[in-house]
Design a protein around this ligand. Structure first.
Ligand code: BMA
Length: 825
């Protein structure tokens, strides 16, 4: 196979304009217009409006390329488009090749007859997605999420590109993924399906190789397979004849003493390599390679005393899933570079995630995303790209989404990290309990056809070893109480959307919570990137343009009034919102982890942002960690000591999500603000592998009797394993707003080490949410937004490689700020 990459320099223009602009492919209209200085930054202030208007236009992309003689001599020549966003018309040398309407598909067309020697011209017209949506919507106004441009659900384009309750309405268009010409002689590998069967001590691996051979008789073609161990040793090599025609050749071999693939926290991620070469007389015709992780991974659903469990079982071991929901990383999709995604996924690892859910309102990520998840041990819950909308199942739509599912299943099914295909986001729940217009019997039947028949069948046929789950949340389908707390997965939004207090989480024992969340503002540094000084008030026009959930600012202020003092200024309000968010999610997660076994998963909403905005994310669009991400690092720690408090009564629990028993010392101190210890104790505890257990129950009723004592005393608790402090945290006996904090006068000392700066903090009085920040550079600290007791110094590391730019010690001193709750009011 000879491949000609057609990416690179193209020209583009708005249809109707006379001048051509330089374009980059893969890319997009916004990316090209920005580079040419023809549009303003769409994320700045309210530039979104002008940028949205640009999507009402049609655009044209053009490039020429030389056809080399070996291309012209090929028997088959395919134009391969891995992502056309979305309404594209393709012309090669003036002849119409095809028109497309699905950005999620990979298209291939035979163009041998259109190629000419010498110069060739490829022209792609991209039609306006917003005009299309408007026309379709006027004709057939089926319901879709209110924050998006109406009619978005008529088009197979990432829904949230049209706006969401955290996303701008910027439905950019473009040739967003690679485009190439592939020339074949004699034959072609069409597909390879790898399966694995595990028994004690061995894995039987099979590969079903589909090839198309159009060779003349007498020219034998072989499929040659090589399977290599993680250390590079060849474990299996086999060659088999492929007869002419569309053929499937089956290979099967046994791997003894397999090195199993594990999610983060449970073991290593060894990856085997499989290569299939299609050859004739030793000459390579085509090849495909895959990295394979050997593991079993299923969702175990068994009836039990509470209902029906929902637990991911890997290599026979049920694990507690911990992670967050992933949304597209930028509204201008092609701007996202592999390094950015890598950073994001490594930030997940650093916060002790073992899972990400790819939410159904965005896009199917690139191969690179899953390669990294394989390497890092991040299990992927994969939604099909349908969310919060009705879809009408006519023949064309059914065929379109069937092909979309097949394309993506074939592309991704070999990944060890891929755990589950899920039909959609929240549509079963919407049918059962949302008050939305236009619920007709026809659309209800269409829902079942789409998600419980069509997509279920495609998964069964193309990826039979992987689970299919009809919707998130669901109890298994058929509109049977999809959000049932005792079966399947749950989206729980009573805290936040329902404005219930954080304590409400503890009333529920979900089997698996795949969405729950709480909003916050991004950091002041991020807000400054899209505002002018006069915008810096959360109710200003510009700030409200960067808050897409209409009721959210009110909610943040409501929870603020319940928990914290009124902030003294704008920046303090931003920080305070992040502490509320972090505290809320911690409340839920620690409760579910204390109930490990009954509950087996926590995937909070949401991991990341696609532009600078107030949202539920734990990292903003610059990758800056909000307090929640630091909290996640602590509440997702493999061994967690957590407190269940109720007034003066506190239980301490240890959750052990490792594969070995844990023995440690749990200590606690009842302290006053100045650090004086009124009471203390410690106990040795052993918790078996994969279990949670209560260590001790404490009652401080007598100690808190004196008037105001609950506003001055607090409990500190810590876990020590093998002489090393694993965690330290506090419980207040009143809301933080009523605690009588004193000026902590934190003293900071910085020592430079070879690879890091060690920042030691000492407080004169109990300080809550101690937050380190750099004024200009960005940095990720080993810990942040934690509580600091008087007389208990804490050393935080700032690894040099986690700095956005190298800093000298003196410069770091100048840029480092240390604040806490006391300073924010
Ligand atoms: C869930 C998600 C998203 C939404 C989020 C916050 O419903 O599935 O659709 O952005 O809540 O409201």
């Amino acid at each position: 196979m000879i491949k000609l990459d057609l990416g690179g320099a193209w020209s583009m223009r708005r249809i109707g304009d006379s001048d051509w602009l330089d374009a980059a492919v893969p890319g997009s209209v916004y990316a090209d217009l920005l580079r040419a200085g023809r549009m303003e930054d769409p994320f700045y202030r309210d530039n979104e409006d002008a940028a949205l208007a640009l999507c009402d236009e049609d655009y044209e992309y053009i490039r020429t390329f030389e056809a080399e003689p070996d291309m012209l001599a090929a028997d088959r020549l395919l134009l391969r488009c891995e992502g056309l966003d979305t309404l594209a018309e393709l012309y090669l040398n003036g002849t119409h090749v095809a028109s497309t309407d699905n950005m999620h598909r990979t298209y291939e067309w035979e163009v041998r007859h259109l190629l000419q020697s010498g110069s060739n011209e490829l022209r792609i017209i991209l039609r306006s997605p917003t005009r299309y949506a408007a026309v379709k919507h006027a004709d057939n106004p089926i319901w879709g999420a209110d924050d998006a441009v109406s009619g978005f659900n008529h088009l197979r384009k990432g829904h949230s590109m049209f706006g969401w309750d955290w996303g701008p309405q910027l439905p950019d268009l473009g040739i967003w993924r690679p485009i190439s010409l592939a020339a074949y002689h004699i034959g072609r590998l069409e597909d390879v399906r790898v399966r694995q069967q595990h028994t004690q001590g061995t894995v039987t691996v099979s590969a079903e190789v589909a090839a198309d051979v159009w060779a003349e008789p007498g020219s034998p073609v072989d499929a040659a397979l090589t399977f290599t161990a993680p250390d590079g040793t060849v474990l299996h090599r086999e060659s088999r004849r492929v007869e002419a025609g569309h053929r499937t050749v089956d290979f099967q071999w046994v791997v003894n003493d397999p090195e199993l693939w594990w999610p983060n926290g449970y073991g290593k991620q060894p990856l085997y390599e499989l290569t299939v070469r299609l050859e004739r007389n030793g000459t390579l015709l085509d090849s495909k390679s895959f990295t394979i992780g050997l593991r079993t991974l299923r969702v175990k659903r068994e009836k039990d005393e509470w209902g029906e469990g929902f637990a991911f079982e890997i290599n026979g071991i049920p694990i507690f899933i911990q992670g967050a929901n992933y949304i597209p990383e930028d509204n201008i999709l092609s701007r996202v570079k592999p390094q950015q995604t890598d950073r994001l996924l490594r930030d997940c690892l650093e916060a002790n995630f073992n899972c990400v859910r790819v939410w159904g309102g965005g896009i199917y990520p690139s191969d690179d995303f899953y390669d990294r998840c394989d390497r890092y041990g991040l299990i992927v819950w994969q939604d099909f790209m349908f969310a919060c909308a009705f879809y009408e199942m006519n023949d064309a739509f059914s065929e379109n989404i069937r092909q979309e599912a097949i394309d993506n299943i074939k592309r991704l099914r070999h990944h060890a990290s891929l755990a589950l295909w899920c039909g959609n986001n929240e549509m079963e729940e919407a049918w059962v309990s949302w008050d939305i217009p236009g619920k007709t019997p026809k659309l209800r039947t269409d829902y079942l056809k789409q998600f419980e028949i069509l997509l279920a069948d495609v998964v069964k046929r193309y990826d039979p070893d992987r689970d299919y789950w009809p919707s998130s949340p669901s109890s298994g389908g058929s509109f049977d109480q999809p959000n049932d707390e005792n079966r399947g997965d749950v989206h729980y939004w009573e805290v936040w959307h329902g404005q219930k207090p954080f304590t409400e989480y503890r009333k529920h024992h979900f089997r698996f919570c795949s969405e729950f969340g709480f909003q916050s503002f991004p950091s002041p540094k991020t807000v400054r990137t899209f505002t002018l000084p006069e915008d810096r008030n959360i109710f200003s026009y510009v700030m409200e343009r960067h808050q897409k959930n209409k009721a959210a600012n009110g909610k943040i202020l409501y929870y603020l009034s319940d928990n914290l003092k009124y902030p003294k200024d704008f920046d303090s309000l931003l920080y305070s919102s992040q502490m509320l968010q972090a505290e809320a999610i911690k409340y839920g997660v620690e409760h579910w982890r204390r109930n490990r076994g009954r509950c087996m998963g926590s995937i909070y909403w949401q991991l990341n942002d696609c532009w600078p905005v107030a949202s539920w994310s734990s990292m903003d669009n610059f990758g800056r960690w909000k307090a929640l991400h630091y909290f996640a690092k602590r509440f997702y720690a493999p061994v967690l000591l957590s407190a269940k408090d109720e007034g003066p009564k506190v239980e301490l629990h240890l959750t052990n999500d490792t594969l070995s028993p844990v023995t440690g010392t749990v200590s606690w101190w009842l302290k006053d603000r100045s650090g004086q210890v009124l009471k203390e104790s410690s106990l040795d505890v052993t918790v078996p592998a994969l279990q949670a257990q209560m260590c001790t129950g404490l009652d401080f009723s007598d100690d808190l009797k004196a008037k105001g004592a609950n506003r001055r005393l607090y409990l500190e608790y810590a876990l020590d394993i093998g002489g090393q402090e694993i965690s330290r945290a506090t419980v207040l006996f009143t809301k933080p707003k009523h605690f009588e904090f004193e000026d902590p006068s934190i003293i900071t000392e910085i020592a430079e080490q070879q690879d890091a700066f060690a920042i030691t903090l000492r407080s004169g009085s109990f300080a809550k949410y101690v937050t380190l920040e750099l004024t200009e550079a960005d940095g990720v600290f080993s810990d942040n937004s934690f509580d600091l007791s008087a007389g208990v110094p804490v050393t935080v590391l700032l690894a040099k490689e986690r700095l956005s730019a190298p800093l000298e010690l003196e410069e770091l001193r100048r840029q480092l700020t240390v604040q806490s709750l006391y300073q924010w009011s």
